[in-house]
Design a protein around this ligand. Structure first.
Ligand SMILES: C[S@@+](CC[C@H](N)C(=O)[O-])C[C@H]1O[C@@H](n2cnc3c(N)ncnc32)[C@H](O)[C@@H]1O
Length: 364
C-alpha cells in the first residue's frame, strides 16, 4: 500500500501544524532540565553520564528512569544534549551516555556565575520561569521529584486522571470528543480511500474507545456490509450522535470487549502505560478469532522514529511524547510496540506510515 502524493502532502502539512502546536514543549523540556539541574549533573560526571548517574546525581527515584529517558530524547533531538550509543561490543559502557554540548554548557551554573559557561544561568532562569508552574508543563518537574510511581503529572496536579475529569466536566468531555472526531474525519478519509484493503474480508468490527464515532462513521459509510460498533465509557456514549449503521456500546475496555472479526484502536494505546496496554490487547485478542479465520487488530498510533531521516517528523513525535507523558501516556518506538504485542500474546504485525502516525495491523 503506497499513499498518493496528495495524501502525503496533506499528512505532511498536518505534521507541520502539530510541530507548531507542540513547540512549547521544547521550552517546557528546557525548563524541566534547568529546574532539575541536568546540565550541572552531567558536568559533575565529567561532561558525560548515563541515565542512572543523572538520576542519582539529581536525587530522583529510579522509578522515573523511563520518564527521564523520554525527556532526554526530546532534548537530544533538539540538540541541547548529545547522546552516545552503548559500546558493548568494544567492552565499553553498556548504557547510552548523555553528553554536554556547547548549548547545554550554557545551562550550567558553577555557583559564582563568573565563567563564560555559567554566567547566563540567571537569564535562562528568568526566561523559562513562566513554564515552571504553568499549566503547559502540568507540574512535570514536580512529578520527576515525586516518589510515587503510579501517578501521572496530570493526576498529581488535578487529583484525578483526564478520563475521570471528563466524567465530571461536560466542557472537557465535549472538547476532547469534538477534537478526536475532527481528527478522525481528517485521517479516516485517507485510510478508507487509500488503505481500504485492510477492511477486506472483515464482516464485523468494534472501534474500541471510539469516542463519539468519528472513525466508525467513516468505516461504516465506506463498507456498508460491515457490522460496526463503538465501545466507549458511558458518559461519552451518552453524547454520541446517532450514526447510520453504527451501534454504540457503553462499557470499560479493560473489563471486556464485544466479539468481532476485527478490533480498531485509533489513538487509544498511546494514552496508557505498558501494563494497561497489555491488559487491553489481551482483551482484544479474546474478542477476535484466529488469524486464519480473519482475526486482527487495526491500530492507528505513532511509531516514533520509524522514518528516522525525517527530522521534522521525529521532532514532532518526541514533543508529542513529552506532552502525552503528562496524562500517563507513551508515544512508542517500534521495539516498544513489539514488546507489548508479544507480551499480550500476538505473533505478527506490519506497519504502514501515515504521516505523524502509522497504521499497524496486528495478528494473533
Ligand atoms: C484519545 S481518545 C480517542 C478516541 C477515538 N479512538 C478517536 O481516535 O477519535 C481516547 C478515548 O478513550 C476512551 N476511554 C478511556 N478509558 C476508557 C475505558 N476504560 N473504556 C473505554 N473507553 C475508554 C475515552 O473516553 C476517549 O474517547
Amino acid at each position: 500500500m503506497a499513499l498518493s502524493e496528495e495524501s502525503k502532502d496533506v499528512l505532511q502539512a498536518q505534521v507541520e501544524l502539530w510541530n507548531q502546536s507542540f513547540s512549547f514543549m521544547k521550552s517546557v523540556a528546557l525548563a524541566v532540565a534547568l529546574d532539575l539541574r541536568i546540565a550541572d549533573t552531567i558536568r559533575h560526571h565529567g561532561g558525560a553520564a548515563t541515565l542512572p548517574q543523572i538520576l542519582s546525581g539529581i536525587g530522583i527515584n529510579p522509578c522515573k528512569v523511563a520518564g527521564l529517558r523520554r525527556l532526554m530524547r526530546a532534548l537530544t533531538v533538539a540538540g541541547t544534549f548529545a547522546i552516545q550509543p552503548p559500546e558493548t561490543s568494544s567492552g565499553g559502557h553498556d548504557e547510552p551516555l548523555y553528553k554536554l554540548t556547547t548549548v547545554s554548557c550554557l545551562l550550567t551554573n558553577d555557583g559564582d556565575g563568573e565563567s563564560t559557561a555559567s554566567c547566563l544561568f540567571p537569564m535562562w532562569n528568568h526566561v523559562l520561569n513562566p513554564f515552571h508552574d504553568s499549566v503547559l508543563s502540568m507540574g512535570l518537574a514536580a512529578w520527576f521529584r515525586h516518589e510515587e510511581p503510579g501517578k501521572c503529572p496530570y493526576a498529581l496536579m488535578r487529583g484525578a486522571t483526564v478520563w475521570e475529569m471528563c466524567e465530571s466536566s461536560d466542557a472537557l468531555n465535549a472538547s476532547i470528543n469534538n477534537a478526536m472526531a475532527a481528527d478522525s474525519r481528517f485521517l479516516m478519509r485517507i485510510v478508507v480511500e487509500e488503505c481500504g484493503g485492510i477492511f477486506r474480508g472483515i464482516d464485523s468490527l468494534v472501534d474500541v474507545a471510539g469516542g463519539v464515532g468519528g472513525a466508525a462513521a467513516a468505516i461504516a459509510a465506506a463498507f456498508p456490509y460491515l457490522k460496526c460498533s463503538v465501545l466507549d465509557l458511558p458518559h461519552v456514549v451518552a453524547k454520541a450522535p446517532s450514526v447510520s449503521n453504527v451501534q454504540f456500546v457503553a462499557g470499560d475496555m479493560f473489563e471486556s470487549i464485544p466479539p468481532a472479526n476485527a478490533i480498531f484502536l485509533k489513538y487509544v494505546l498511546h494514552d496508557w502505560g505498558d501494563d494497561k496496554c497489555i491488559k487491553l490487547l489481551k482483551n482484544c485478542k479474546q474478542a477476535i478469532p484466529s488469524r486464519d479465520a480473519g482475526g486482527k487488530v487495526i491500530i492507528i498510533d505513532m511509531v516514533v522514529g520509524y522514518r528516522p531521516s525525517d527530522v521534522k517528523l521525529l521532532e514532532t513525535q518526541v514533543l508529542c511524547d513529552l506532552d502525552i507523558m503528562k496524562i500517563g501516556g507513551v508515544e512508542r518506538e517500534e521495539h516498544e510496540w513489539k514488546k507489548i504485542f508479544l507480551a499480550a500474546g500476538f505473533k505478527d504485525y506490519n506497519i504502514m506510515p501515515l504521516g505523524l502516525r502509522s497504521l499497524i495491523e496486528l495478528y494473533p
